[in-house]
Design a protein around this ligand. Structure first.
Ligand code: ACO
Length: 423
């Protein structure tokens, strides 16, 4: 029972509502019984609405905090790796050496691509959008694994999680090679997750070397995107999952939600902005326009709706960004030079300093992905690979507790009743 109560008074009638205290974060007023009293609550965009209980990820945007299962993103980025974070999100604890090795082996066993997926992929034209392809491939998995899935069985759910974490990066790399009309390269069991992804996308043959700096950068980008609590795509996965839908179909719906430029597409916008600026000498002019309230332009990759302090992921990625740029010859790449100049100028500009506008994770990930040679149309696909464990961990958490089908209400503002005109 909740000890705290909130009193809501409507037309002189008072209603006591239970108030719950989470382990950390704002108290939560339980409004569920309002319907029995004849009221709905109104919160478009869910600005104040909690949709579920979760023990996976905690964010405090004002304080610049992001933690998974209680571990700070800074510590995870420094000491862990993407696969270990996948384990942490799914199972709620860090693995022992033996558990990690078993987890890795289970993933390796699933790193195969069946013929039906190759047939689906080969049906797409070379100019098809990689995100549309990814939606379709994961949708195809829902058709393929339709019969064997029992979502009430924990082992079955874990198998699904492992299969998705194993296959999604292969499908992503195959998508790039398909649009480039190149032969596919399968994962190499002797390479790590991030390294394998670069290998599958860019290697010329099975033994092509991958730089350790770039492999670590790739792994970090995945790790930093692994989960971000109830964002639009994760909420989509949960909503679809609440109908007891096939889990691969749930993840395909998450990919569709992530595709939108207001969600996963911001790092692509950073590159478009740099293209629009065009030259280092035009940075100050562009900055002045971005500061002008009558001009809609903004510095893409600066500011954040939730993080009003430094986005903790951006801080981590800033370090990786420097490592990557130092390891590559960027003298010859004017876009990357421009990004460095823009970062410097904006960080010291009074307008940005006063408004606490810092580079966000998309600023650095966009630049790093560009430096890694990944085309901009693939940027959101990289986000898909990183976010897969978060989606599947959140789906699994929901299914393993009691849940109701997600069914929001509405405030109807249309005609009350009309007679059909008789002719
Ligand atoms: N460039 C220039 N000015 C900016 C920027 C920017 N990137 N971001 C905010 N401002 C200004 C606003 O004009 C406003 O100025 P004012 O106080 O003079 O009116 C002030 O800073 C506060 O901005 P808000 O609009 O209140 O910030 P809000 O939280 O609504 O917006 C957002 C956050 C949408 C991320 C915004 O900063 C932005 O458009 N950034 C660029 C796009 C981007 O990088 N998006 C990805 C964010 S990361 C993610 O969501 C995954």
């Amino acid at each position: 029972m909740a000890e705290k109560k909130a009193r809501l008074t409507i037309d002189g009638e008072s209603i006591d509502l239970p108030v719950y205290s989470p382990s950390v974060g704002p108290d939560v007023v339980d409004v569920a019984r309002l319907i029995s009293l004849g009221y709905f609550t109104y919160d478009p965009g869910y600005l104040s609405t909690v949709s579920c209980e979760s023990a996976i990820t905690y964010i405090d945007g004002d304080a610049g905090i992001l933690r998974h299962r209680g571990y700070s993103i800074e510590q995870l980025a420094e000491h862990s790796n993407f696969l270990e974070v996948c384990y942490l999100l799914l199972y709620g604890k860090l693995p022992t050496d033996e558990e990690f090795s078993n987890f890795q082996s289970a993933i390796q066993l699933e790193q195969t691509i069946e013929d039906y997926l190759i047939s689906v992929l080969s049906g797409f034209s070379r100019d098809a959008h990689p995100m549309g392809i990814m939606c379709s491939l994961v949708g195809a998995m829902s058709a393929h694994y339709h019969n064997e899935i029992d979502i009430t069985d924990i082992e079955n759910r874990h198998k699904t999680a492992i299969r998705l974490i194993a296959k999604i990066p292969i499908l992503a790399a195959m998508t790039l090679r398909h649009i480039r009309n190149q032969e596919f390269i399968m994962p190499d069991p002797n390479r790590g997750y991030g390294e394998n992804f670069l290998h599958m996308m860019f290697s010329e043959n099975d033994s092509s070397p991958i730089s350790s700096v770039l492999a670590r950068a790739m792994d970090r980008i995945f790790l930093l995107h692994a989960d971000h609590e109830q964002n639009a795509s994760t909420s989509t996965v949960r909503l679809v999952g609440s109908t007891d839908a096939n889990p691969y179909a749930c993840i395909a719906s998450g990919i569709a939600a992530l595709w939108g430029p207001s969600h996963g597409g911001a790092n692509e916008a950073v590159l478009q902005m740099l293209k629009e600026i065009g030259d280092r000498s035009k940075i100050s002019e562009y900055l002045e326009r971005a500061k002008d309230p009558s001009d809609p332009r903004r510095i893409m990759g600066f500011g954040h709706r939730v993080y009003k302090n430094y986005d903790p992921r951006a801080k981590v990625l800033q370090e990786t960004y420097r490592e990557v740029l130092d390891s590559l010859d960027i003298e010859s790449d004017p876009t990357l030079q421009m990004a460095q100049d823009l970062e410097k100028v904006a960080l010291n500009d009074e307008y940005f300093v006063e408004r606490r506008l810092y580079p966000n994770v998309d600023f650095y990930s966009g630049i790093i992905l560009k430096a890694l040679g990944i085309p901009t149309s693939m940027f959101t696909v990289i986000f898909v690979v990183g976010r897969t464990p978060g989606w599947i961990a959140q789906w699994n958490e929901m299914i393993s507790h009691g849940y109701k089908i997600g069914r929001p209400r509405q405030m109807y503002t249309g005609d009350v009743i009309r007679d059909y005109p008789l002719k």
